[in-house]
Design a binder for this molecule. Structure first.
Ligand code: COA
Length: 188
């Protein structure tokens, strides 16, 4: 199980100790608005941690919590996983943040590092991302990451904006101000 770090975040594979932090975020209907449309119960959060732990064992990638390095609080979560959670499908990258942490660049910062992990550690060929057509904030994270709109595709029982990025897109991405570049930022 792989821990990732960025300038402001530590990304930890889900474990039992993350229950309270994950539940606080996932029980906010605004966070879940374009995902399931309703607050997640504590039992559901508990079950998702168990599922995710099994996927880490099986696939060597799955969901991380985003821990703010300054406060040590769980402020979000993100994933690399098979679309539809079916190993026959391409890989997707995903993210969510606690509402009080929106608009500060945390999702894009984590997305950079999760994508780096997928392309550079795993040698993934293509990463997809999907969102509800009205979820403009999530679409912007995809665009900021350098993903390209592909089509409206049917995933998770809904028509979703589907973006994709190849390894070649990743290697050729421009350096944008505000992007956390990890080891590539010129620092020692
Ligand atoms: C989707 C979601 C994670 C996007 O969060 P976000 O805060 O908009 O995205 P980022 O963390 O990348 O922040 C980008 C914003 O921070 C600003 N910002 C500030 N500092 C920044 C920095 N250092 N780097 C990048 N952006 C920065 C950007 O200008 C941008 O501003 P904007 O919101 O006015 O466009 C969030 O809306 C969310 O959790 N939604 C609910 C869950 C969800 O729908 N998840 C996606 C399912 S498909």
């Amino acid at each position: 199980m792989t821990i990732l770090t960025t300038a402001r975040l530590r990304l930890e594979p889900f474990n039992q100790s993350h229950l309270d932090g994950l539940q606080a975020m996932n029980s906010d209907p605004q966070v879940m608005r374009y995902i399931t449309g309703r607050a997640e119960t504590r039992e559901e959060t508990l079950a998702s941690i168990a599922r995710v732990k099994a996927r880490w064992d099986e696939w060597l990638f799955s969901w991380w919590v985003f821990i703010e390095r300054d406060s040590h609080q769980i402020i979000g979560a993100g994933c690399i996983q098979h679309l539809g959670r079916d190993a026959a499908n391409p890989l997707e990258i995903g993210w969510r943040l606690r509402q009080d942490k929106w608009h500060q660049g945390f999702a894009s910062e984590a997305a950079q590092e999760m994508a780096r992990f997928a392309f550079e550690t795993f040698g993934v060929g293509t990463l997809c991302a999907v969102c509800h057509p009205d979820n403009k904030a999530s679409e912007k994270v995809m665009q900021r990451l350098g993903m390209q709109f592909r089509a409206i595709e049917h995933w998770y029982d809904a028509d979703m904006l589907t973006y994709a990025m190849t390894r070649a897109d990743w290697d050729g991405r421009p350096a944008l101000p505000g992007r956390a570049h990890g080891k590539d930022d010129g620092s020692a």
